[in-house]
Every structure is written in C-alpha cells, then in structure tokens.
Design a protein around this ligand. Sequence first.
Ligand SMILES: NC(=O)c1ccc[n+]([C@@H]2O[C@H](COP(=O)([O-])OP(=O)(O)OC[C@H]3O[C@@H](n4cnc5c(N)ncnc54)[C@H](OP(=O)(O)O)[C@@H]3O)[C@@H](O)[C@H]2O)c1
Length: 322
Amino acid sequence: MVRVATIGGGPIVRTFVAALGEVPGIELAGAYSRDPERAAALASEFGAATGWSSMDDLLADDAVDAVYVASPNSVHYGQALAVVEAGKHVLLEKPAVTSAAEFTTLLEAAAQRGVIVFEGMRNAYDPGTAKVRELLGELGPIRRVSFVYCQRSARYDQVLAGEQVNIFDPELAGGALFDLGVYCVSALVDLFGPPDRVLGLTVPIRSGVDGAGVALAAYPGFVADLSYSKITVSGRPSEIQGEAATMTIDHITAPRRLEVRTPAGEIRQYVIDPPTAGLPVDNLRFELLRFLDLVAGRATPEPDQARTLETIRVIDALRAAD
Ligand SMILES: NC(=O)c1ccc[n+]([C@@H]2O[C@H](COP(=O)([O-])OP(=O)(O)OC[C@H]3O[C@@H](n4cnc5c(N)ncnc54)[C@H](OP(=O)(O)O)[C@@H]3O)[C@@H](O)[C@H]2O)c1
C-alpha cells in the first residue's frame, strides 16, 4: 500500500482524494497546510489520520511514502525537492515545475534517492488520448495539428476588480500558458515528440501574466498551432489534419468524442466511455494508476519524465520568445 500525503487546499486536492478512493493500492496518509487549523480541518474533511502544518514534520513521518503537490506552480519545485531529498516519491500537479533546469535537478535528486518524480498530466494517461494515438495511423501524412484549451476562469473577475489572485499572479507562475496551455503542449509532445522550433505570442493582462496566447510549433512535414486562454471561452474542438483524413477531438485533456473525416466526406465517429465517467475529473484516476505502477517498479518512469521535460522545454522557449 502506498501512503500519500497531500499538499494544497484547492478543489483539485478534493478531486485527488476522491480519485484515491477509486484506486486500490494507494491510501491517504494525511494533509498538509501552512496553517495548523486548516491542516486539521483538511485531515478531518478527508478522514485522514494526520494534518501537518510543518513540512519538516510531514517529511519526517514514516507513515508517508509519497506526497501529492498541489500548491501554486512556483512553489512546486522547492516542495518537490524537499520531498525527494526526504526519500519519498512525489506526484506533482501540472505544470510539474516552471523550468527545465528545475525538472532536471529534481530528476537527478530522485535518481540518487531511488524515488519517483511524476507529473500528473491527466490527458497523458487518459484512454481517450490512447484512442487518438491509435487513430493517427488512419490520417495519412500529418500536415497540421491544432489544439485548443480556452476556458474563462471565474477568478478573472477578481483580476478585473483589481485583486491579485494566485492563478493570475506572476510571482506564483500563474497565467494561461502554465495553467492551460501546458495541456496543449504536453499533448503535442506526447503524440508527436518535441518540435524543431516554436514561436509564441501572448495577451498580457493587468495582473502581470498572460491571459491568453498562441503557440506555433514546426515539425518535419507539418506545423502545429496551440490556442489557450483563461479569459475567454472557445467552442472549437482540437484537430489533427492528415492528407488522408482529419480527426477532431472534443477536449484535449479528456478526449471523449472523436471524429475522423476523409476528403471524400466519409465520417467515422468514436465515443470513449471510460468506466470512471461521472467523477468530477474522471480521468485523474488513470494518472494515479500509472504512478502506482512506477512506484511498484512495474514500469519505468523515463518516458513519462521525458515527456514532462520536453514539455517544459517548449514552455521555456515560448516564455523566452515572448
Ligand atoms: N489537474 C487538474 O485538473 C488541476 C486543476 C486545478 C489545479 N491544478 C493544479 O493544482 C495546483 C494548485 O492549484 P490551486 O488552484 O488549487 O492553487 P491555490 O488554491 O492557489 O493554492 C493551493 C494551496 O496552496 C497553498 N498556498 C497558497 N499560496 C501559497 C504560497 N504562496 N506558498 C505556499 N503555499 C501556498 C494554500 O494552502 P495553505 O495556505 O493551506 O497552505 C492553497 O490552498 C496548481 O499547480 C494547478 O495547476 C490542476
């Protein structure tokens, strides 16, 4: 049994704890908050034995094998490094960290300690993405990839009212690329490998981060465009265009409806209906299953870590170019 502690108090931690209940072989050891009262309240809410308000206490606790890090993005690295150096596995919320240099250091530390560093990138482990990959062979030579994730954040209203909120705070590595663009970049890298070259443009907002943006990526024989936003919404599906057919994907983080359309007008539709549909974020359990395989040594983490590293390299390049 892998005993996992949580860091963070946002909705995603609640989803994570709900997903834990769906996956055998992993259980909640306790919850961390910087505030003792919140730590106790989280532990009580989750039915966990312990609520820590000291990272040292959490890291020294022999009843913890792994830590799930769901703090603001810029905080991930320091917490993850401390977890790894304490000899525990770490499951990082996306984006794992905010630079490739940070991720490389984490991997080196993990190799020394013999523990797993893993980014919970939902789409990478979703059965819908596996179906997308399977159908790529029907598209002929790929010529264009167009991935979209535009979702207006309710917290943008606070930004408009002049408040600073974590997810739009540059100090905490907020903004649309780190929060939503990362899904598009990760899916691109996952399905097609790292691009040869990238270009990016962003829409700055008053809080000091990108509210939206586009990225272009060049591959041998095809191009990709990625659109992401936290200040507007889109009804456009994602799409992969090949010479033999085009696939549309309803949602890049959890593909559920795929359509393959040939130039002759033939349309084939696919519905992915995983057994967990209905949970708030129904594909989080798939990343948990993979994490357990890695911790148990049933699979090696290198492909997962390479995807994360290449994704962050693309993000580094996009940020440097902006
Ligand atoms: N996979 C998904 O679908 C998904 C969905 C949403 C979010 N996420 C990811 O989950 C992570 C957390 O997102 P969120 O929106 O829940 O974040 P958040 O609410 O801004 O912060 C999460 C918790 O971190 C602690 N915290 C806040 N500011 C901090 C600071 N400056 N230093 C240290 N700790 C701080 C707070 O807990 P205490 O004050 O109690 O310590 C807070 O409850 C992000 O990386 C995000 O990208 C993933």
